[in-house]
Every structure is written in C-alpha cells, then in structure tokens.
Design a protein around this ligand. Structure first.
Ligand SMILES: Nc1ncnc2c1ncn2[C@@H]1O[C@H](COP(=O)(O)OP(=O)(O)OP(=O)(O)O)[C@@H](O)[C@H]1O
Ligand SMILES: [Mg+2]
Length: 175
C-alpha cells in the first residue's frame, strides 16, 4: 500500500523456543479501520504488542514495522508513543486511586508535553462516548464495576488523539 500509515512486513516473534508469530504482515492506510481476527492463541496480541514495542522481556521480535514512512522497529515504546502510536492492551490497566477524570487526562500527557495548548480538547468527546464515565468522573477509578473498568483505558487512549489507535479487544466466543 503506497500511502500506508502502518506497514508491517516479515514480523516474527519468539517467546524462548516458541514462535508465536511467523512472518506477519499488515498494512493500514490513513482513515482505515482494519480488524485482525483469529482463534485464542493465534498471535493477535503478540502482533499488536510487537508493533507497539511492548513485548514482554521474554519476547523477541524480528521484522520491520514502518509507521508514517519511518522504520520504528528499533524504537523504544515511548518514542513510538511520542510519534502518535497508541495501543489499548488486552489487559486493561487503570490507576485505581486516581479519579476517573484524572485517568483520562493522563492520556493527553504526550500532547501537553508537545506544547499543544488545547491538549484536553478530546475530553468532552470521551465523556459523550462514555456517559457513565462522565457521571463517575470524580470517583476513584478502582471503585468502578468490572464492565465500567474497561472504559477508562479506551477513553484515555482517545484523549491522546493518536494517529494510529490499536485496540486489543478480548471478545467472548459463543458456539
Ligand atoms: N510471554 C509469553 N511467554 C510465552 N508464551 C507466550 C507469551 N505470551 C504469549 N505466549 C504464547 O504465544 C501464543 C500467542 O499468544 P497471543 O496472546 O498473541 O494470542 P492471541 O491471538 O492474542 O489470543 P487471545 O485471542 O486468546 O487473546 C500463545 O500460544 C501464547 O500462549
Ligand atoms: Mg490476545
């Protein structure tokens, strides 16, 4: 794809002797929504974590991740974040003792540091998308219900206004 925002080629990941991903490739164009589907253990989270540079220390990746025309394969995760890449990991994390609102504001930290004056401009959009979070904005995030706890990590990603948003969704399968 000529104008791909993300271009992944020959991406293989090993955890010790186990090869979890073999020769992965993926291209995402600007404005595109791309789904990666597969059974449990197929390597979807491994693929996204490797693209983000967020593999556990036991994981070893080889291959190329090009983002906005730049080879970011060797860049640390914080450098990829500062370029506008964002991953909502499968295991949703939040800062339990901080308020819901502060959890969301944290997502805009990169934009604040980059000197954007309107770095909180996405907050109201997030509250529109997640009215439950708006209701509970002053509540400690650790007191949210199981389902509600899934919302701040997604909202936090959106306040960061990333150029590439990757969502690692854990779906329940019914047969
Ligand atoms: N840190 C690790 N150490 C060793 N093996 C791992 C590690 N992480 C993942 N694996 C293995 O790599 C394979 C791919 O795992 P991965 O989490 O990428 O799958 P997935 O497609 O995201 O699955 P699911 O749909 O269940 O989330 C699995 O067999 C898993 O057991
Ligand atoms: Mg997974």
């Amino acid at each position: 794809m000529a104008d791909a925002i993300l271009q992944v080629t020959g991406l293989s990941v090993r955890y010790g002797k186990v090869e979890a991903l073999h020769d992965g490739k993926l291209a995402v164009g600007a404005g595109q929504i791309v789904s990666v589907i597969g059974p449990n253990g197929a390597g979807k989270s491994t693929l996204l974590n490797a693209i983000m540079g967020a593999l556990p220390f036991t994981g070893y990746a080889k291959g190329t991740v090009r983002y906005q025309g730049e080879d970011v394969s060797a860049l640390a995760i914080e450098k990829r974040v500062s370029r506008g890449m964002c991953l909502v990991p499968e295991k949703r994390e939040l800062f339990a003792s901080m308020t819901v609102e502060d959890n969301l504001v944290l997502g805009a930290y990169r934009r604040k540091r980059a000197g954007e004056r309107n770095f909180l401009d996405q907050l109201n959009h997030v509250f529109d998308s997640f009215p439950r979070l708006k209701e509970r904005r002053k509540q400690a995030a650790g007191t949210l219900s199981g389902g509600e706890r899934q919302m701040p990590p997604v909202g936090r990603a959106l306040t960061g206004k990333p150029d590439l948003l990757m969502l690692d969704l854990a779906l329940g399968w019914r047969r």
